[in-house]
Design a protein around this ligand. Structure first.
Ligand code: ADP
Length: 500
């Protein structure tokens, strides 16, 4: 069975390098590449394509076609444009089409999210995707949906398109990247999707008085997953479930956890053009030159002190209040702290105040800056991620790759990828703590600093351990292929047809 390459459509509201607000964009920009080039039982390469909205900031997308989409009681125009991403593999380069759904009214705005008509913007996106595929004459085996912006796709397939011969064999996978963002809207949005109030029931799309796009994805997709095994377990509890735990428990046997990878070509300290000095695991002592360059860039004293890095969206999720709790104590130590981030005004101001208090010890850049980010990953000695919750987390994976030792709260993907250093055996790749508490964070930082100070040889070994770990996409891509085939088998079984 399944002795042919698959047709996989990856649907995402953001994709690197075209539009990014968070980790979802990184996944959408790199998992398709891995899927399109992975060696899979000697089969020819899978046919992977990506679709996203075309936002105002995306330039030079080539016109492909256009058509009217019946949406919200009227025809709304969808212009389809196309860009490409390239996946390098052993024998060459594979080109992956990225279809972009363009609509002036919905997407030509100065940011990606946070408008009053989000249900309409992304409801239209979902409908337009399903209208596009028949026009391309390309029926996918699997539509891989990601987060709430794509939740209506499995729903529409199982309602309006259920009798459409074009989609008879198409399976859906829904991935939860962050359950905090749910796309909950007033019940009237059902009308946008041309669905009746019979769907506004607790066992269907109703969610605490709203209609939830996330719930649509969770209930109607053939298979679900999230981006780490621990988060898959956590979201079935009240503490992490964001009120969705009951629905998720219902589908627990179809909810998987697959850890994200990072792009090992893009994130490679040996070749990264953004670094002051390139290095690899064997020459990790050259990290120091990157540290000095970073200190110069941020106007900090240039010295060999331990540098702690923090690169993050600045929101409640990221556990930044724990840093505030211990900052005075931390600043009594001979260390430097380098922070890059943007987000909530409250946290931006919090770090500004810290910087004003300790100008010689804290380097701060408020904003989004991919170049500085890499220089911090390379130049820091330790990387802080005290998250309240973390579905997967990419920061710790990138920092490991750059030999920067993660100090994390053991939750979600952080718990699955960072293991506490064991002084007795030398095993482990970082430092972690469990309680959501400033003391616990401080004590993890103190353990790291102690090793750094007292045993440089052991520290160097730890750095090497970290750099030699493999969190590339290849392994996770194989797990996704298995998930796709599970989803396809379910469709076959449900419809009594042979899918292979
Ligand atoms: P999340 O998706 O919750 O934001 P992740 O750790 O999964 O968290 O992914 C965050 C990604 O965004 C990482 O690649 C991180 O380096 C990057 N990033 C976050 N904030 C910034 C920033 N201000 N400038 C540059 N890169 C950033």
């Amino acid at each position: 069975m399944f002795d042919r390459p698959l047709k996989i459509l990856f649907v995402s509201s953001e994709v690197v390098p075209f539009a990014k607000t968070g980790g979802l964009a990184d996944v959408a920009g790199s998992l398709p590449k891995a899927l399109a080039t992975v060696v899979d039982h000697g089969l020819p390469h899978h046919d992977v394509r990506v679709v996203m909205p075309r936002y105002k900031m995306i330039e030079e997308a080539q016109y492909l076609t256009d058509f009217p989409v019946w949406f919200a009681d009227r025809y709304e125009g969808a212009i389809i444009r196309q860009r490409e991403i390239e996946a390098r593999f052993q024998d060459g380069v594979k080109t992956i089409p990225v279809y972009m759904i363009d609509n002036y009214h919905y997407y030509h705005r100065d940011r990606i999210y946070d408008f009053d008509d989000e249900a309409e913007r992304f409801g239209f996106f979902c409908k337009a995707v399903l209208e596009l595929l028949p026009r391309l004459g390309w029926p996918p085996d699997v539509i891989h949906c990601n987060d709430w912006q794509t939740g209506p796709i499995p729903l529409l397939l199982k309602t309006h398109y259920s009798a459409d011969p074009f989609y008879q064999r198409t399976a859906t996978v829904y991935t939860i990247h962050n359950l905090q963002y749910q796309g909950n809207f007033p019940p009237e949005v059902l009308r946008l999707l041309e669905l009746g109030m019979e769907h506004f029931r607790p066992e269907d799309l109703e969610f605490y008085g709203a209609v939830s796009f996330t719930k649509a994805g969770i209930l109607y997709a053939d298979v679900l997953n999230t981006v780490s095994r621990t988060y898959a377990r956590e979201i079935q509890t009240a503490e992490f479930g964001q009120r969705m735990e009951g629905v998720l428990r219902q589908r627990a046997h179809e909810l998987y956890g697959i850890i994200n990878g990072i792009n090992y070509h893009e994130f490679d300290p040996k070749t990264d053009p953004r670094l002051h000095r390139n290095y690899d695991a064997a020459g990790a002592e050259h990290k120091k030159e990157n540290k000095y360059a970073l200190q110069r860039e941020l106007n900090l004293p240039v010295r060999d002190v331990p540098v702690l890095g923090l690169i993050s969206r600045l929101y409640d999720q990221k556990g930044l209040d724990l840093i505030a709790e211990i900052v005075d104590e931390l600043m009594r130590l001979d260390i430097q702290l380098v922070v890059l981030g943007s987000g909530d005004r409250h946290y931006e101001d919090m770090f500004r105040k810290m910087k004003a208090r300790y100008p010689q010890k804290i380097g701060l850049h408020i904003g989004f800056n991919a170049v500085l980010a890499q220089r911090i990953y390379a130049g820091a000695d330790m990387f802080l991620m005290p998250s309240r919750f973390e579905p997967c987390g990419l920061g710790q994976l990138i920092s490991l790759r750059y030999g920067t030792i993660p100090i994390v709260r053991a939750t979600g993907g952080l718990a699955d990828t960072v293991t506490e250093y064991d002084p007795a055996t030398g095993d482990g790749n970082g430092f972690s703590f469990r309680e959501y508490d400033g003391r616990a964070l401080y004590s993890a930082i103190a353990r790291a600093l102690k090793l750094y100070r007292d045993d440089r040889e052991a520290w160097a070994r730890l750095v090497r351990n970290a750099m030699e770990m493999d969190f590339s996409w290849a392994r996770s891509a194989v797990e996704y292929l298995q998930l796709y085939r599970d989803a396809m088998e379910k469709v076959g079984a449900r419809k009594g047809i042979r899918i292979a």
